[in-house]
Design a protein around this ligand. Structure first.
Ligand code: AMP
Ligand code: MG
Length: 456
């Protein structure tokens, strides 16, 4: 008799052991009480809401911090806010090459005496006298008394005088960024939890941060299971395939700003799975692939149950990825910011693993990384002219697609399905750059229709 856990976990009140003092695993479900009922599985929205709530709770466990060089900080997450050390800009700055002036005087078009000149990097040698103008370069400090800058291109300068050409006028404040307009010294410019990319690096640099306090990367154990798997270097024998999920998930985990800890592949055998799960207890998140379908050698759920797991759901009405398992298990006192080890049992087919990672594991990982924005990320696009793809009643589909983000001036980006041969089609996955969402109720997505896409 085969155990099939294909049902939503029946939780009352809060389903999250995580918010309690101690994990209190429920007794593993008995085979007699387990039924195979697709209709009782959570829909995508319910499962996504459950995971989002869980991730929000995880966010209360603050990861440890470490200090890194600014140049090494891209891809990390701020553990401390970035504060302005000075007013920004620190002086009233001209945004143009031209002439600093009093707007009211310049707008009369009278000749103004040139009283001085300031280039970027210099302090003005004095204030602007009445009835005068002051030559100024982009980025230079505006002399005291000036309230506008008119552009070089709009001026006529001769014999130590300059005038603003008709019909141009200038308004007070034009072409000047006032001191402190962007921030005042001490202002919080970015909160902790902000993911760091080039723009945050630039802002930190402007505030004098040569190093940054960031959260430690969460450690994600990746456990691939399956008797058919061989190493990437190996030539597969009859019935064997190369293990692509370990490399793929490691890449996804690293791209998410975490550390990938690839465990040895486990055979479809109870003892091997028990040993692998015991080893994984030190991780911050556990990703298992394979062995969660209803087949005779899909032994991952029973192994998780033996390890004291509590299942939040076992199966979601999505395609690919329906057998997805989400839960948490006790760590046996192993050190980590969280008292329990969250895990996902991802279906083994590579496209299923990728989609379920993006939809469900990535937000939990983002929370463990200390990020404020957890995802997943969706956008709207317009269906291209190619043939449509049918919906499947009762399942939300996430199908490999290609969106041309650059081609379409003005309108929505255009998206097409990538031809594919099911969830094992790694070529289709690699040629895609997003996933088209086909809603449960949708018959099909017609050319020209507006559709949601899941971004990687
Ligand atoms: P399973 O979820 O174990 O039933 O596996 C479903 C399909 O995914 C099977 O065709 C497996 O051979 C394939 N598969 C499972 N694990 C991996 C892996 N690590 N890399 C590539 N394919 C896999
Ligand atoms: Mg398998």
């Amino acid at each position: 008799m085969v155990l099939v856990f294909r049902r939503a976990f029946p939780f009352a009140g809060t389903p999250f052991a995580l918010v309690r003092d101690r994990i209190a695993p429920e007794a593993p479900p008995q085979p007699s009480t387990i039924q195979s009922m697709t209709s009782s599985l959570l829909g995508y929205d319910e499962a996504a809401a459950l995971v989002a709530g869980y991730a929000a709770r995880l966010s209360q466990f603050r990861p440890a911090e470490e200090r890194v060089e600014l140049g090494q900080s891209s891809g990390r997450v701020l553990a401390q806010p970035i504060l302005a050390d000075l007013d920004q800009p620190p002086f009233a700055r001209s945004t143009r090459d031209g002439y600093a002036c009093r707007a009211a005087e310049a707008s009369t078009h009278k000749r103004l005496a040139l009283a001085g000149s300031t280039r970027a990097g210099e302090a003005p040698s004095g204030p602007l006298p009445p009835g005068a103008a002051w030559e100024i370069m982009t980025g230079a400090a505006v002399p005291q008394g000036a309230d506008a800058v008119f552009m070089l291109e709009h001026a006529e300068a001769a014999g130590g005088q300059v005038r603003l050409l008709k019909p141009r006028t200038v308004e007070p404040g034009e072409n000047i960024v006032a001191r402190g307009a962007q921030a005042r010294a001490g202002d919080e410019l970015l909160p902790a939890g902000t993911a760091i990319t080039y723009a945050q690096v630039a802002l930190a640099a402007s505030c004098g941060c040569a190093t940054l306090e960031v959260f430690r990367r969460p450690r994600v154990a990746i456990l691939t299971t399956g008797d058919e798997l061989v190493a990437v270097e190996a030539s597969p024998g009859p019935g064997q395939i190369r293990n692509s999920n370990a490399a793929m998930l490691a890449a996804m985990v690293i791209a998410a700003g975490a550390e990938a800890w690839v465990l040895p592949t486990a055979a479809d055998e109870a003892g091997a799975l028990d040993a692998a799960l015991a080893q994984a207890a030190e991780a911050d998140l556990l990703l298992i692939t394979g062995g969660v379908s209803a087949g005779k050698f899909d032994l991952v759920e029973p192994a998780l149950a033996r390890a004291g797991a509590r299942f939040h759901f076992t199966g979601v009405r999505i395609q690919p990825g329906k057998p997805l398992v989400f839960g948490e298990m006790p760590r046996g006192g192993k050190a980590s910011p969280t008292p329990v080890l969250p895990f996902f049992g991802l279906p083994g087919n590579p496209v299923s693993s990728a989609v379920t990672f993006l939809l469900f594991a990535a937000p939990v990982l983002a929370a463990l990384a200390g990020r404020r924005e957890l995802g997943p990320r969706f956008a709207l696009a317009r269906m291209g002219p190619a043939a449509d793809r049918k919906g499947k009643p009762g399942l939300t589909r996430f199908l490999p697609a290609r969106c041309s983000f650059t081609a379409n001036a003005g309108g929505l980006p255009e998206v097409e399905f990538v031809p594919w041969h099911g969830s094992g089609d790694l070529g289709a996955l690699a040629r895609s750059n997003c996933f088209l969402v086909v809603p449960e109720q949708a018959h099909s997505l017609e050319p020209g229709a507006i559709a949601r896409i899941l971004l990687p």
